[in-house]
Ligand binder design. Structure first.
Ligand code: 3PG
Ligand code: CO
Length: 555
């Protein structure tokens, strides 16, 4: 029968303290002025790269290697941390939704049939991120869902859009809204009363994560449910164009707006008897709004009204909380993750990041599962992030504090694995502010140094890697790799992640002399890291895990 017990590694000892460091958004790319990691002073990461050649390598962090539909899909933190923690490659939300729509299975499922019961007398509301980014959602999936739902009886549809500019270029929101408006016009020609009802920028409206700032979700609630917002427009295209003219704003940060009819009344508040679908497949930034839509008991903000609706997520966002209860597509069944195995095998674990990435090294790492496997064996520490600012204003973020917490955990001797996520290169990279991103990369490097110093002191082992690229390339490029210019001759800033591979380095005084990276896993990706770390803890990984990246040669 099944057993959690892992086999002992034939050559590697147990009991070493391992630091598992994930730099968020830290890829490997050609050195040039748009590579903030190259421009920044990063002596620690440089020394790992320029150190022993068999203890540093690159691994894939995008596309099929992390369960995304194609190799044109950039990596992201959800799929990256899932792969790192689960040690296997799962077809991820993006892909599962594609195939459910493709086969039409989505319409046979429990979730769709649940919301369908409201189509006769109620409105179908679709809330989500409007872009082709493919990280949280995809426009073509929304388009198919609109078509499929209307063919199956939805007579009144309202879309509540969240503009992107983070996983796609800033300024593209206008075109996405125009495209959606064309689709809705076609539906209207076919007798479906379909309209955009509200909107706002993803970082300012609805899509907060890990409870950093409930005000973000409240702004969305007011617009989407109550039909109230500081800005009112007759058309969504006009709304987005006008709001983009506000100084210092961008697609990510557009204020909330509602669409109103000729009498000034909002066209699509959510009321009793309606159906609601949040059409993002990715979990972290939907979990809070899902709670607001689903939970009878709720005290995070005053909802004013709690309509009796039929609500379904595109996916179930949290398997442990069963949130939401109804969903259109089943999420990947990630089980037996490395964290769960290690806890069963006596590995005491400490995990830490600041709020904006806290769930990455806990929830995502553990297969989109919240909470501890065994609270006696694990400690998760969250350092509060700054809220209400864009991170280019304070690019050092909480790197130093994360470094200190990790250092203290290592020196305490209470843990066998100390795992952190350092968010700087990603969170600041997403702002598109190149100078601030350089500062961010330096801060992350300093935190790595603190942790490596602690590992040195206790005779431990370090594993340093990243979840996907971001800060190593801050400009949109053509197929030849040349920077693209806009119509004013300025470079087009790339706020999104990239397709680049990420580094992985191992070392520390506790690393046995013969350990090195194997040469026969040239296509290794993030999913190979879990088995590697299990080995370093003195165990052989389960058979169905992706193979280890290391070998132990006799010396
Ligand atoms: C975000 O949610 O901030 C971006 O869409 C993706 O960033 P992450 O995958 O690094 O969290
Ligand atoms: Co990111």
């Amino acid at each position: 029968g099944f057993s959690w017990k892992l086999k002992d590694h034939p050559k590697l000892a147990k009991g070493k303290t391992i630091a598992m460091i994930v730099l968020d958004g830290w890829g490997e790319a050609k050195p040039n002025q748009y590579n903030c990691i190259h421009v920044a002073e990063t002596p620690t990461m440089d020394s790992l790269k320029n150190g022993a050649p068999d203890k540093w390598r690159l691994v894939k962090a995008h596309g099929k290697a992390v369960g995304l539909p194609t190799d044109d899909d950039m990596g992201n933190s959800e799929v990256g941390h899932n792969a790192l923690g689960a040690g296997r490659i799962y077809a991820q939300g993006a892909k599962l939704v594609d195939s459910a729509l493709d086969t039409g299975k989505i319409y046979d499922g429990e979730g769709f049939n649940y919301i369908k019961a409201s189509f006769e007398s109620g409105t179908l509301h679709l809330i989500g991120l409007l872009s082709d980014g493919g990280v949280h959602s995809r426009l073509n999936q929304l388009q198919l869902l609109l078509k499929g739902a209307s063919e199956r009886g939805a007579k009144r549809i309202r879309v509540h859009v969240l503009t992107d500019g983070r996983d796609v270029l800033d300024g593209t929101s206008v075109a996405y809204v125009e495209t959606l408006e064309e689709d809705l016009a076609k539906l209207r020609e076919n007798g479906v009363d379909a309209q955009i009802a509200s909107g706002g920028g993803r970082m300012y409206v609805t899509m907060d994560r890990y409870e950093n700032d409930w005000e973000v979700v409240k702004r969305g609630w007011d617009a989407q449910v109550l039909g109230e917002a500081p800005y009112k427009f007759k058309s969504a295209v006009e709304a987005v164009k006008k709001l983009r003219e506000i100084p210092n704003t961008s697609d990510q940060y557009l204020p909330p707006f509602v669409i109103v009819d000729d009498s000034g009344k909002s066209v699509g508040p959510i009321v009793d008897g309606d159906a609601v679908v949040t059409f993002n497949f990715r979990a972290d930034r939907m979990s809070m709004v899902a709670q607001a839509l689903e939970y009878e008991k709720f005290d995070k903000f005053d909802r004013v009204r709690f309509p009796k609706i039929r609500y379904a997520g595109m996916l179930q966002y949290d398997g442990e909380l069963k949130l939401p209860n109804h969903y259109l597509v089943s999420p990947p069944e990630m089980e037996r993750t490395s964290g769960e195995y290690l806890v069963h095998n006596g590995v005491r674990t400490f995990a830490c990041s600041e709020t904006v990435k806290f769930g990455h090294v806990t929830f995502f790492w553990n297969g989109n599962r919240s909470g501890y496997f065994n609270a006696d064996m694990e400690e998760y520490v969250e350092i509060p992030s700054d809220s209400g600012i864009t991170f280019n204003v304070k690019p050092k973020m909480k790197a130093l504090q994360i470094g200190e917490k990790a250092r203290d955990a290592i020196l305490s001797g209470k843990f066998d694995q100390v795992r952190v996520n350092l968010p700087n290169s990603d969170m600041v990279g997403h702002t598109g502010d190149i100078d601030a991103t350089v500062v961010a990369c330096k801060a992350a490097d300093e935190a790595v140094k603190m942790i490596l110093d602690a590992i040195e002191q206790v005779g431990g082992i370090y594993v340093v890697t990243a979840d996907h690229g971001n800060a190593e390339d801050m400009v949109k490029r053509n197929k030849k790799g040349e920077p693209l210019l806009d119509k004013n001759g300025n470079i087009q800033i790339l706020t999104s992640h990239t397709l680049e591979p990420v580094p992985i380095a191992i070392g520390g005084p506790g690393l046995a002399a013969g350990v090195k990276f194997r040469k026969d896993v040239p296509n290794g990706g993030l999913a190979n890291v879990a088995a590697t770390v299990m080995n370093l803890h003195g165990f052989v990984a389960p058979d169905d895990y992706e193979t280890t990246l290391i070998e132990v040669v006799d010396v």
